[in-house]
Design a protein around this ligand. Structure first.
Ligand code: NAG
Length: 260
């Protein structure tokens, strides 16, 4: 009983208080975007218990390089920690940030408003977490995203990326996605690369890639209906192969084909 009261007070205190975060400021180069000055964030341990408090940071500590300041920070990385949600207000501290990485952090759920404050993001990675089901509108705000990495999770469906009209690279490999239809990629006309290897694709609509005139690379190796990577110059044989292999029920096909 006593413990319960103390626990409730402790939770209430943290809920109101939000989070303290310690930044290690480093130079980092993700996705070939060039060297960026970023905060590699360390979260407090208690966060593991206090899920809701994660959403807001109230204090960030850490020592900047030379005479750099918070305005020079272009990204935040949370890696190898246990997180139960997306920190929603890093932008209040780092107004110029356009990259967010929450990776290897056992993230299981996303909520509708997680990315509300992140309209300016150009790169988002949620790679190597435990995500399975996503709200259909989780990424609605991310209209400026160019690099989206949600590889190494447990997705069984394509994420809704219809808001990401400027997307260039889409990393979906190492999930359990079962089908891909034209609608899934219909708004992403700038896409250049799509990584879908090691999924469970059983059905791919023949026209799924047809509207993507800028695509140069599609990797479908190790899927149920297809085991192929395509470097795109003449896409017709690729569409034909998809049509032949993936428009019906799965068949066994374990040979890797690379078409040029
Ligand atoms: C995907 O999200 C958009 C809004 O960005 C919404 O209009 C659309 O209905 C969603 N699609 C699905 C299949 O849920």
């Amino acid at each position: 009983m006593k413990f319960a009261v103390i626990f409730v007070i402790f939770v209430a205190f943290h809920f109101c208080r939000g989070l303290d975060i310690e930044c290690n400021f480093i130079q980092y180069n993700w996705y070939g975007l060039g060297e960026k000055y970023i905060c590699s964030a360390e979260l407090e341990e208690e966060i593991e218990v206090l899920r809701r408090s994660l959403s807001k940071v109230i204090r960030i500590s850490g020592r900047h390089y030379g005479n750099r300041n918070d305005e020079d920070v272009l990204g935040v990385v949370i890696s190898g920690q246990t997180t139960f949600g997306i920190v929603r207000n890093f932008k209040e501290f780092f107004p110029n940030m356009d990259q967010l990485y929450v990776i290897r952090s056992k993230l299981k759920f996303l909520y509708r408003s997680d990315f509300k404050g992140y309209k300016a993001l150009k790169a988002l990675s949620l790679s190597r977490n435990h995500l399975s089901h996503l709200p259909y509108d989780a990424f609605n705000e991310l209209t400026n995203l160019k690099y989206f990495d949600i590889s190494f999770n447990q997705l069984t469906q394509m994420p809704n990326i219809s808001a990401m009209k400027k997307l260039i690279s889409l990393y979906l490999h190492e999930n359990s996605i079962e089908s891909l239809t034209k609608v899934d990629l219909s708004n992403n006309l700038d896409l250049k690369g799509i990584w879908l290897y090691n999924n469970n694709l059983k059905y791919i609509q023949a026209s799924a890639f047809e509207q993507l005139h800028n695509v140069r690379f599609v990797d479908l190796i190790h899927n149920n209906c297809i085991n192929m990577a395509r470097i795109y110059y003449n896409p017709q044989p690729f569409y034909n192969a998809i049509n032949a292999k993936c428009s019906k029920r799965p068949n066994e096909d374990n040979e890797i084909e690379i078409l040029f």
